[in-house]
Design a protein around this ligand. Structure first.
Ligand code: C2E
Ligand code: MG
Ligand code: MG
Ligand code: MG
Length: 286
């Protein structure tokens, strides 16, 4: 038994012994605890109108700080939640928290603000046993149009027929749907025409390259033009520099989101952010 050999010794030993599989099981158990103890939180990243700089949308992003492991990014634990049947409790927590926070914003007078919420396609499987999203938002007294549901492009096209009927339900309800990480999933152009989301979010991988790669620039420009011709709004993700913003403005991209403007903020800071940048009359509505 090798514990007690000093910090590094233990780490190395554990690292060799524990397969990725065991790590995942541990994370799964910690995540179960986190859900039970209510120690997940939700932060909000501003989505900025590219021409005016106004903000009336935020993306809700789940956060988890574990006592032992520290901050665990959603890119690590969402796939684990999906795999081990925990995505519904996680998604339900995020939805309720986001609704509570959005209702607080509306009550504070920011009635034009909407929240964009990520949903795993897995959360929609057997969704007949759960209350529908609009039942929950209604419970909080929120209008359907103040919620945007983000679905990742690659998963949406894999389960295209299910998603398509789901999108139909959202459309009937004026709830908007955004196709997330667009461009990474090799979905055909006709799939986009068929799905006809309200919003397309161009993956940050392309935005990262627009200043130095002609191909990326061409692609981004094409996605924006195609979307506009189909009546779909575009959000560029991962905008980190002024140069990227300028290019996107020239391409008539309507909304931008990224560290250049702000990271995802805890709710109280999001209120401060709004009070500094929000001018009711100028805020464009989708
Ligand atoms: P996403 O939905 O594409 O969210 C955008 C991610 O990009 C966020 O990472 C955000 O913090 C990050 N980001 C924003 N601006 C920039 C930038 O300028 N540069 C860089 N490098 N990154 C930027 P985060 O919060 O770690 O989330 C990762 C992914 O986890 C999300 O990607 C989403 O797919 C998933 N996720 C997050 N919250 C939830 C949730 O509540 N439910 C579900 N199902 N998935 C979630
Ligand atoms: Mg997203
Ligand atoms: Mg996503
Ligand atoms: Mg994305």
């Amino acid at each position: 038994y090798m514990k007690g050999q000093g910090r590094n010794g233990v780490c190395e030993y554990d690292g060799k012994l524990q397969s990725e599989y065991i790590q995942k099981l541990k994370l799964r158990d910690r995540l179960k605890n986190a859900i039970a103890e209510g120690s997940l939180t939700v932060n909000y990243q501003p989505i900025v109108h590219a021409q005016t700089g106004q903000v009336n949308k935020f993306e809700a992003l789940v956060r988890w700080k574990d006592e032992v492991y520290g901050d665990i990014p959603p890119s690590r634990f969402i796939p684990i939640a999906e795999k081990y049947g925990l995505i519904k409790p996680v998604g339900s927590f995020v939805l309720h928290q986001a609704c509570r926070d959005l209702k607080a914003l509306h009550d504070a007078g920011y009635t034009n603000v909407s929240f964009s919420i990520n949903r795993s396609v897995k959360e929609f499987i057997n969704h007949n046993d759960d209350p529908a999203i609009w039942e929950i938002t209604q419970q909080y007294g929120l209008p359907d149009k103040s919620i945007i549901i983000e679905i990742t492009e690659s998963t949406a096209s894999k389960e295209s027929s299910d998603i398509q009927s789901l999108l139909g339900f959202f459309k009937k309800r004026q709830m908007q749907v955004a196709l997330d990480d667009f461009g990474t999933g090799y979905s055909s152009l006709s799939a986009v025409v068929d799905l006809r989301p309200d919003i397309i979010k161009i993956d940050r991988g392309f935005i990262k390259e627009i200043c130095r790669s002609q191909d990326s620039l061409t692609l981004v420009s094409l996605i924006i033009d195609l979307s506009h011709k189909l009546g779909i709004k575009v959000i560029a993700e991962g905008v980190e520099t002024e140069a990227q913003l300028h290019i996107l403005q020239k391409l008539q991209c309507k909304y931008v989101q990224g560290f250049y403007f702000s990271k995802a903020l805890p709710f109280d800071q999001c209120l401060t952010y709004l009070s500094q940048s929000y001018r009711h009359s100028e805020v464009p509505v989708f």
